[in-house]
Design a protein around this ligand. Structure first.
Ligand SMILES: Cc1cc2nc3c(=O)[nH]c(=O)nc-3n(C[C@H](O)[C@H](O)[C@H](O)COP(=O)(O)OP(=O)(O)OC[C@H]3O[C@@H](n4cnc5c(N)ncnc54)[C@H](O)[C@@H]3O)c2cc1C
Ligand code: SF4
Ligand code: SF4
Ligand code: SF4
Length: 427
């Protein structure tokens, strides 16, 4: 029998959902050369129940079907999802805002919901060290939020959260996760007949995660072993919209990097599954939260899509904690480049056809998305970059290639600035 192993390795997003759901705890997550954590099943114990396979987001999950089952409504548009309202907002607490990824919406809500005992437990990430696979940890009322802030652009294991929800079906739990996690969790709710009303799902917008080789990649930029890697650091952000990348070493060395360096290497270190993903706006969540890309400012506010009645009530109840402005979905959609997300849907179509594996799970042809030659060329380019970058053997080459590319980028930028300055002088 091959259960999770029916999912090709390249589609595994290292989410740990299968590990959490396994009733016999017979799954270990083992790191491969591509920087993924892949489930390894102990065949001596496995009873072939299929639970791990059924909730795996890697093989694809039918968003429309899940939505209909859970919410008893049709999802009008699979790329945007259903919603009540769309707002841009930022936490009024300046301390939270300074430490948070963008607007501090997630931290503020989780802290208050636990404090007010509306939910008993929340599963959050609380480390900046990626040496081992990062796992979510349980937070309760009274716990201090020190290391939870900021996005980790890496797959986080949600096994602990899944296990808790199965073992404690009556507890009220807050779940924070990217689209693939939320899809898988909703499937878990259906399959295990859990009460959806017990969960407040905060979905993060998401366009990719990097594999765990990215830790070694960034470690090369610091001349001592890396202890912490923090994306979106605002404390010494040199007016970059997305903050800086902060590296801290074991012996106290600290280095701050331009976030453009992550953007440069991203196509090489992105997990393959993300190339086929089209749930950027996290359509199954109660509220979906992302960076407010609709304004060019200091990166200190979030775009929030309020999707469900629970989401609406919670945002209304806590509105005094935020500075909010109404906006429209079209603006958020444009700022999140949904055009490119639709292209990724077409990439998934190509994958399904080529590999004879329906990773769209029989979803309707959303918006009649036809595959073009330029899609095929783009997919080919992305896969080539991914293949090169995800091989640990190429990490040194990749590192030096990116250093050279960065110098070229700097030279081009400098030339642009110089030309602009010169033109102004002539005028
Ligand atoms: C992998 C990833 C990709 C993203 N891509 C986009 C994007 O393309 N566009 C966009 O607008 N926004 C994206 N976001 C969302 C954005 O970065 C912020 O998380 C969001 O705006 C919330 O900001 P905040 O200030 O409220 O978060 P904070 O108050 O700082 O709280 C962040 C919360 O996220 C949790 N968290 C951090 N990393 C992970 C993770 N990997 N998995 C699960 N939970 C995690 C932490 O536990 C914490 O509770 C992404 C986030 C992640 C994790
Ligand atoms: S559930 Fe997650 S970790 Fe397990 S095989 Fe699927 S994608 Fe990989
Ligand atoms: S098939 Fe069942 S017992 Fe076997 S690994 Fe999957 S969940 Fe565990
Ligand atoms: S891009 Fe999609 S598959 Fe990749 S981590 Fe984000 S939600 Fe999951």
């Amino acid at each position: 029998m091959d259960t999770v192993q029916k999912v090709p390795e390249e589609l595994c997003i290292s989410c740990g959902m299968c590990q959490g759901v396994c009733p016999l705890s017979c799954i270990d997550m083992i790191r491969n050369k591509q920087g993924q954590y892949i489930p390894q099943i102990n065949r001596d114990i496995c009873v072939n129940c299929g639970k791990c396979f059924s909730i795996c987001p890697g093989k694809g999950i039918n968003l429309q079907e899940i939505y209909k089952t859970i919410y008893e409504k049709e999802m009008v548009d699979v790329f945007h999802g259903n919603y009540h309202a769309v707002i841009n907002c930022a936490a009024k607490d300046k301390e939270v805002l300074k430490k948070a990824t963008s607007g501090g919406v997630v931290t503020t809500l989780v802290e208050k919901l636990l404090q007010d005992e509306k939910y008993q437990i929340a599963f959050l990430v609380d480390t900046y060290n990626y040496e081992q696979q990062i796992s979510v940890k349980a937070y309760q009322k009274g716990d201090v939020f020190t290391n939870t802030f900021k996005s980790r652009y890496i797959p986080v294991s949600q096994a602990a959260m899944v296990r808790f929800c199965i073992e404690n079906p009556n507890e009220k739990v807050i779940i924070v996760g990217t689209g693939c996690i939320v899809e898988s969790f909703c499937k878990l709710v259906i399959e295990n007949k859990l009460n959806r009303k017990n969960y407040f799902i905060i979905g993060l917008f998401c366009n990719s995660v990097l594999n765990y080789n990215s830790w070694e990649y960034f470690a090369r930029m610091l001349k001592e072993p890396l202890k912490e890697l923090r994306y979106r650091e605002k404390s010494d952000s040199r007016h970059y919209f997305y903050g800086t990348i902060c590296l801290e070493g074991n012996k106290g060395r600290r280095k701050v990097i331009n976030p453009g360096k992550k953007m440069l290497v991203k196509p090489y270190l992105t997990m393959e599954k993300c190339i086929y993903c089209f749930d950027r706006l996290n359509v199954l969540a109660d509220i979906s939260v992302g960076d407010n890309n609709t304004k060019s400012g200091d990166g200190s506010s979030c775009s929030v899509i309020i999707r469900t009645e629970i989401g609406r009530q919670i945002m209304k109840h806590y509105e005094a904690l935020f500075d909010c402005l109404d906006t429209v979905l079209e603006r958020v959609s444009k700022s999140q480049q949904i055009k490119l997300v639709k292209q990724q849907y077409r990439f998934a179509k190509v994958y399904s056809l080529n590999k004879k594996m329906d990773i769209l799970c029989g979803m309707n042809d959303c918006g009649n998305e036809k595959v073009s030659t330029s899609d095929l060329n783009e997919l080919d380019k992305r896969l080539r970059r991914h293949k090169f970058g995800s091989d640990i053997k190429n990490l040194t080459k990749l590192f030096y290639w990116m250093q050279i590319k960065w110098i070229l980028v700097e030279v081009i930028n400098y030339r642009r600035k110089l030309t602009k300055w010169f033109k102004n002088k002539i005028r």
